[in-house]
Design a binder for this molecule. Structure first.
Ligand SMILES: [Zn+2]
Length: 105
C-alpha cells in the first residue's frame, strides 16, 4: 500500500466518522427540539407509563390500551379504598356509640 493510498483511506474514514457524528448530533437536536416544544405546552402524563399526553385527556392515560385497562382497575380499587376509608371509622364510631348507650341505658 502506497503512502497516498493510506492517506486517502484515512481521509475517507475520517469523513465517514464526521458524517456519522453530524447525523448523531442532528438526531439529538431534533429529539431535543421535539421534547422542548412539547414541554413548553401544557400537558400531563399517562398515570400508568408517564408518557406525555394532552392536558384534556380523560382518563389520564396515553392511547395504549394496556394503560387504559390498568387505569380502569386502579380507579376501581381506589374507589373501594375510599369507601373503606369512610366505612371503617363509621362502623367504629357506631360501635362506640352503641356501647356507650348500652352502658348508660
Ligand atoms: Zn401509558
Amino acid at each position: 500500500m502506497s503512502r497516498a493510498d493510506k492517506i486517502r483511506k484515512a481521509a475517507q474514514r475520517t469523513a465517514g466518522e464526521v458524517r456519522e457524528a453530524a447525523k448523531r448530533q442532528r438526531d439529538t437536536q431534533r429529539r431535543e427540539r421535539a421534547r422542548r416544544e412539547f414541554a413548553v405546552g401544557e400537558h400531563r402524563h399517562c398515570s400508568v407509563c408517564w408518557a406525555p399526553i394532552p392536558l384534556d385527556a380523560d382518563p389520564p392515560v396515553c392511547s395504549d390500551e394496556e394503560c387504559a385497562e390498568k387505569q380502569r382497575k386502579r380507579e376501581g380499587s381506589r374507589k373501594r379504598l375510599t369507601v373503606m376509608l369512610y366505612l371503617f371509622p363509621a362502623i367504629a364510631i357506631l360501635l362506640v356509640l352503641l356501647q356507650a348507650m348500652g352502658a348508660s341505658g
